[in-house]
Design a protein around this ligand. Structure first.
Ligand SMILES: *[C@@H]1O[C@H](CO)[C@@H](O)[C@H](O)[C@H]1NC(C)=O
Ligand SMILES: *[C@@H]1O[C@H](CO)[C@@H](O)[C@H](O)[C@H]1NC(C)=O
Ligand SMILES: *[C@@H]1O[C@H](CO)[C@@H](O)[C@H](O)[C@H]1NC(C)=O
Ligand SMILES: *[C@@H]1O[C@H](CO)[C@@H](O)[C@H](O)[C@H]1NC(C)=O
Ligand SMILES: *[C@@H]1O[C@H](CO)[C@@H](O)[C@H](O)[C@H]1NC(C)=O
Ligand SMILES: *[C@@H]1O[C@H](CO)[C@@H](O)[C@H](O)[C@H]1NC(C)=O
Ligand SMILES: *[C@@H]1O[C@H](CO)[C@@H](O)[C@H](O)[C@H]1NC(C)=O
Length: 692
C-alpha cells in the first residue's frame, strides 16, 4: 500500500512539473550587471532577454522559462544595472540604440540621451520586440548553484540533448562527457554516442589522483555561458575561453570553483569551457617499445578542444574564437598545445599563466620545472618514473608482456597513490604524435609553434611556492638559501656574491634569506623561461603577437610553506595588501576569473575588474586593451580610469619587453630580472642563442 501510494504521488508531481525550457522558439540571454564584488551580488537582479516576438506571445515565452514578464518596478529599482545592460546590448549590436523591450504591462527602453529608462504602454499593432523576463534563479556562487525543475534548460547538439540550468550569473552545463570512457593507457576518442539525454547539472568525476579521489571515467567538461542561441541558429556567438587546470599534471579538476566561468560570462559576455584530463601515471605513463607512449592527458585535452569546436555554437560560443588558457601545469599544457600538430588550428589564442621551465645550474642537475618546457623522451620518462612505478605496484615480472598485463589489472588508485620519489609519470614526452620536438620552436617563424596571439606571465613570487621555508630558524643568509633551495654552501655563496639578489633586511633572518631564495626560484623556474620564450617568439614572429605580465597583487595561492597572505592590521580584517607578502603560485586566478570571495581593500576589486577585463578582451579580439567606448557603455568606470591613466598594455617588441605589472592600475615596465636570468644561465636570448 505504502509503495503504491508513493508511486501515485510521484506520478501526480510529474504532471505538475513544467517541461524543461528549450530554445526552440527564441534565443535566451542571461543579463546580469556584474561588478565582481561577491558581497554585492545579493543587491542585484538580472533578467532573461528573449528574441523579438509579438506582444501576444511574450508572457508565455517567459513562462516557458519558468519566469514572468519583468515589471517596471524591478527595472526602476535596479535602474543603473538595467540601463548599462541594455545599453551594452545595443552597443554589442544585438539591438538598436533606441530599442523598446516588452515588459509587464508595456514596453521599456533606454532614452537616446542615455541615463534614463523610459516606460510606455503597449504599442499598437502587436509589433515584434525583444522581451525582458524575470530571472529568479539567484544562487550567486558556483557552490550553491543547483538545478531545479524551474531553472533547467535543454540544448541539442550533434544529436544529443544536454540538460543544464542557470544561476544568477550564467547558464551552466556541467559534467558533459566529451570523450568515451577511456581505456587505460590508450588515447581517448571523442564521445561517440548519439540520441542521448545528458543530465548536465552536476560535475562529473575528477580524474584519478593521489589521495584516492576520482576515477578513470573522468573525461568531462563544463560550460558557463551568458547566451544560448535559438535552436538551429548560430548568430551572435560569443568568444570562448577554454580552461586547462593546473596541479602538476597529477591533480586538479575543471570543477574548481576558482575557475568557474559564471563571473566572466556575465561581466565580459564570453563563454567558458573547463575540462578534466587524465592525470599522473594514468595520464602520462610512457614505456619504450610499447604502445604506451604517454601524453594521454594531452590527447584528452585535444579531444576536449575538438568537442568544443563541434558543439559550442549550440551553447552560444564561437568555435572560431577559442583561446586556450591554463595555469601551472595548465600553462605547461598550453605550451605543449602551441607546438602540437594535432592541436594547431583548433584555437586562435593562448594564455599561459605561470608556466614552468628551468635549466641546469647552481649544482642542480635539473630543477623541478625543467620538464614542463623541455620534453623528455619516452625512454627518459621511463628511466625516471616508469620503471619505479612497475616496481612500486608489484608489476616487475620478468617479461614486458607480463608487466603490462599486471598493470592493466592494478587498481587505478594503487597506480596513482604510490609513495616515494619518482613514482609518478607526470612528464610530457616526445611521443612523435602529440609532441615531436624537445622544445617549442619559438625561433623560426614557420617552425612548430601555432601562429596565434599569446600572453605569458607569472606571479611576482611564483617560486616562493617551490622553495622550502626552513623548518628551524637559520643563523646566516647562506644557511637559509641552502635549506630553501637544496643547494650547497658554494652555490649559495655564488648567489650572494653575485650581488644580484640583495638581502632585504626586515629583521627576520630566516624570512629574509627565504625571500632571496624565492627570487632565485621564481627566476629559475618561471620568469626567465617565460620571458625568453616571449622575446624569442616576438622577435622571430613565431607568434602573431606576444604580451607579457607579472602579477603584483594576488590572493591565496599554492602555499606548502604556510606563508599566508599579508598581516591583518586595524581597518584590514582580511589582511593589509599594502604590507609585504608573497604573490604565490596560483594566487592570481581570481584576477583572471573575477572570482574573489573576500576583498581586502577596494583596490582588490578594481584590480580584478581591470585585469579580468584585459584577459577577456584578449579572448575577444586577440589583444588585451578594451575599447574605452565599451568600458563607458558597460559602466566599468574604474577600469576606464586606469586605462586612461596608464595607457595600453603593449606587445613585447624587444629584449626588454615591454611588459605589464598588474595591480590597480597596471603599469608598463621592462622585463624583470634580466641580469639575474643571465647569471642563472637563462638569459633573455636563451632560445635565440640555441642555448637549449
Ligand atoms: C601496438 O598496437 C598495434 C595496433 O593495435 C599492434 O599491432 C602492435 O602490435 C602494438 N605494438 C606493441 C609493441 O605492442
Ligand atoms: C652557468 O654556466 C657556466 C658555464 O657552464 C657555469 O660555469 C656556471 O656555474 C653556470 N652558472 C650558474 C649560476 O649555474
Ligand atoms: C620484483 O620486486 C621484488 C621486490 O622488490 C623483488 O623481490 C623481486 O625479485 C622482483 N622480481 C623481478 C622479476 O625482478
Ligand atoms: C613563412 O611562411 C609564409 C607563408 O607560407 C611565407 O610567406 C614566409 O616567407 C615564410 N617565412 C619564413 C621566415 O620562412
Ligand atoms: C619570521 O617570519 C616568519 C614567516 O612570516 C614567521 O613565521 C616567524 O615567526 C618570524 N620570526 C621572527 C623571529 O619574527
Ligand atoms: C622581499 O624582498 C623585497 C626586496 O627584494 C621586498 O620588497 C619585499 O617586501 C620582501 N618580501 C617580504 C614578504 O618580506
Ligand atoms: C562591495 O559590496 C559591498 C556590499 O554592497 C559594499 O559594502 C562594498 O563597499 C563594495 N566594495 C567595493 C570596493 O565597492
Amino acid at each position: 500500500m505504502v509503495k503504491f501510494a508513493g508511486v501515485a504521488l510521484a506520478a501526480s508531481l510529474v504532471s505538475l512539473v513544467r517541461a524543461t525550457a528549450t530554445t526552440a522558439h527564441t534565443s535566451v540571454t542571461l543579463v546580469f550587471q556584474n561588478n565582481l564584488n561577491a558581497s554585492d551580488d545579493a543587491n542585484h537582479v538580472g533578467s532573461l532577454l528573449l528574441d523579438p516576438m509579438r506582444q501576444s506571445d511574450a508572457a508565455s515565452a517567459c513562462e516557458s522559462f519558468g519566469e514572468s514578464l519583468l515589471s517596471s518596478s524591478t527595472l526602476k529599482a535596479h535602474k543603473t544595472d538595467f540601463l548599462q545592460a541594455l545599453s551594452y546590448n545595443a552597443f554589442a549590436g544585438h539591438a538598436s540604440p533606441v530599442q523598446l523591450y516588452y515588459i509587464d504591462g508595456g514596453v521599456a527602453g533606454v532614452a537616446e540621451t542615455l541615463g534614463e529608462l523610459t516606460f510606455q504602454g503597449f504599442p499598437f499593432g502587436n509589433v515584434e520586440l525583444p522581451v525582458l523576463c524575470t530571472q529568479s534563479s539567484n544562487q550567486d556562487q558556483p557552490g550553491n548553484a543547483v538545478a531545479t525543475a524551474s531553472n533547467q534548460i535543454s540544448v541539442t547538439s550533434n544529436k544529443n540533448t544536454f540538460v543544464g540550468f542557470r544561476n544568477q550569473k550564467s547558464f551552466r552545463f556541467l559534467g558533459i562527457p566529451y570523450a568515451d570512457p577511456p581505456k587505460r593507457f590508450v588515447n581517448s576518442n571523442l564521445f561517440s554516442k548519439t540520441g542521448q539525454t545528458i543530465q548536465a547539472t552536476a560535475y562529473g568525476s575528477q580524474c584519478s589522483q593521489s589521495g584516492g579521489v576520482g576515477g578513470e571515467d573522468c573525461l568531462f567538461l563544463n560550460i558557463q555561458t551568458p547566451f544560448i542561441p535559438k535552436a538551429g541558429s548560430i548568430s551572435n556567438l560569443r568568444p570562448v575561453m577554454f580552461w586547462i587546470h593546473g596541479g602538476g599534471f597529477t591533480g586538479g579538476t575543471g570543477a574548481d570553483p576558482g575557475s568557474d566561468g559564471g563571473n566572466l560570462a556575465s561581466r565580459e559576455d564570453i563563454v567558458t569551457v573547463t575540462i578534466n584530463y587524465r592525470l599522473s601515471t594514468l595520464g602520462f605513463l610512457a614505456i619504450p617499445g610499447t604502445n604506451i607512449t604517454g601524453n594521454f592527458g594531452i590527447g584528452d585535452q585535444i579531444n576536449a578542444l575538438q568537442w568544443t569546436i563541434e558543439n559550442i555554437a549550440q551553447f552560444g560560443g564561437d568555435p572560431q574564437k577559442i583561446t586556450i588558457n591554463g595555469e601551472s601545469a595548465g600553462a605547461g599544457s598550453v605550451r605543449v598545445l602551441l607546438g602540437s600538430p594535432p592541436a594547431i588550428g583548433k584555437f586562435q589564442g593562448a594564455i599561459a599563466m605561470s608556466n614552468l621551465g628551468g635549466g641546469v645550474g647552481l649544482g642542480l642537475s635539473s630543477d623541478y620545472g625543467t620538464t614542463y618546457s623541455s620534453y623528455l623522451t619516452v625512454a627518459g620518462s621511463y628511466a625516471i618514473a616508469g620503471q619505479n612505478i612497475l616496481q612500486g605496484v608489484g608489476c616487475n615480472q620478468s617479461s614486458l608482456e607480463e608487466q603490462l598485463a599486471c598493470l592493466d589489472t592494478t587498481p587505478a588508485n594503487t597506480i596513482v597513490s604510490l609513495d616515494g620519489g619518482n613514482t609518478v609519470a607526470r612528464y610530457v614526452v616526445q611521443d612523435g604524435h602529440f609532441v615531436n620536438t624537445e622544445n617549442l620552436d619559438v625561433v623560426n617563424r614557420n617552425g612548430s609553434a601555432a601562429d596565434v596571439n599569446v600572453i605569458f606571465g607569472v606571479c611576482a613570487n611564483d617560486g616562493a611556492s617551490f622553495s622550502t621555508y626552513p623548518r628551524t630558524p637559520v643563523n646566516s643568509e647562506s644557511e637559509g638559501i641552502q635549506a630553501s633551495l637544496g643547494i650547497n654552501a658554494e652555490n649559495a655563496q655564488k648567489i650572494i656574491d653575485s650581488g644580484l639578489f640583495p638581502f632585504f633586511d626586515s629583521g627576520n633572518l630566516t624570512l629574509d634569506s627565504f625571500n632571496v631564495s624565492q627570487r632565485v626560484a621564481t627566476d629559475l623556474q618561471f620568469r626567465c623561461v617565460d620571458q625568453a620564450t616571449m622575446y624569442a617568439g616576438a622577435k622571430s614572429r613565431a607568434f602573431k603577437s606576444t604580451y607579457s605580465y607579472q602579477m603584483q597583487r594576488t590572493g591565496a595561492g599554492y602555499d606548502p610553506n604556510g606563508l599566508g597572505g599579508p598581516p591583518v592590521t586595524p581597518g584590514f580584517p582580511n589582511g593589509n595588501p599594502n604590507l609585504p607578502y608573497f604573490r604565490l603560485h596560483g594566487s592570481d586566478m581570481p584576477w583572471v576569473f573575477g572570482n574573489l570571495g573576500t576583498l581586502r581593500d577596494a583596490d582588490d576589486l578594481y584590480s580584478i575588474q581591470l585585469e579580468s577585463g584585459y584577459f577577456a578582451e584578449f579572448i575577444k579580439t586577440g589583444q588585451p586593451n578594451p575599447d574605452t567606448a565599451y568600458l563607458k557603455v558597460r559602466g566599468y568606470t574604474k577600469s576606464l580610469e586606469a586605462i586612461e591613466q596608464t595607457g595600453p598594455w603593449e606587445a613585447v617588441s624587444g629584449p626588454t619587453g615591454p611588459m605589464r605589472l598588474m595591480d590597480y592600475p597596471s603599469v608598463k615596465a621592462e622585463f624583470q630580472d634580466l641580469a639575474q636570468c643571465a647569471f642563472l644561465n637563462y638569459s633573455i636570448s636563451y632560445y635565440l642563442d640555441g642555448g637549449l
